[in-house]
Design a protein around this ligand. Sequence first.
Ligand SMILES: [Fe+2]
Length: 342
Amino acid sequence: MLPYKKSTKFSEVLADYPGAPEYLAKKNPKFKSLKNAIVVQLMAPKITLAKMAKKHGMTFEELISVLENGVKSGEMKNGEEFKKRINEANNVKEQIKALMKALFEEGENVDEIKERFKEIVSQANPVVIAIAESELTREGYSIQDLMKACDVHLELFKDQLMNSRRKIEKTHPLWRFIKDHDAMMFWFEDGLRISRELKERNGYEDAKDLIEKLNGIMKHLRESENHDVRQENTLFPVLEKYGVEEPPAIMWDEHSKMKERRNYIEKLLGGIPNIPYDEFVDKLQGAFTYLVEVFVKHTQKEQEILYNVALDILSEKDWEDIQRESDRLGYFELPKEVLEDE
Ligand SMILES: [Fe+2]
């Protein structure tokens, strides 16, 4: 009988049997998250065996018995694979940290560093990136510093998006959907930029011009909700007709989340000057950062997955219906900056 109690932390098991995560993941599909060495490393010191069992839908006794069988049968190995993956992840993490520090310092070869950073980040596990960021904060780097890395990250997403895009003719209904995305991205980024600029101002009175600009951007963003309505009423139902149900449902859900956050920003702007200026700026910046991040990922999913699936399975007639219905629902005005690069 293994000497573990309900309150034993998984890290103690790991110290005795480094092969435990690999073995559990192999034994039971419920434990597949244990294949991710980074996740294991993060959660092992925090989670108790009782909690872990519950999380994976079994009793503490059942978990112990699975572990015991592994020890007896010799299936629970020494964890070489696990250690190797941890080492690799730590290696990547250290590289990311070094590149981020170089980015913050804005030295001469900043473009070269940006390129290297993009390369490594595009292949790294998001959890590793998050750990690198939180370690840097603990080492004393500021949020403003991390923003610089965040911007490069954003650039990277946009590069990827542009490169993976299929070329769509201007006459095709998808062309407009994609342009809508570019327009929304343009306004989100503008909002983020302004919300950062607000930090340099001394109060509402001093920031009047920027707040006016923000109100303008929010008006555009509100009008651009018409893009979501058009998709939800034309493209999504057609895809569902072909049995593609889950992706549109996810997109729909993300639309609602983004809409909530947009409403929140409008409420913040509408509440001026009832909350202290510094608090207003922090909340605004947080909301725009969230929106930009969610929007970039959302757009990537729509363009790389949803639209490609649609191009593969929809008929000519479907596209004609989508076009007609889109025309009926109407459009919002695209900014000239977005039309210029045509
Ligand atoms: Fe969307």
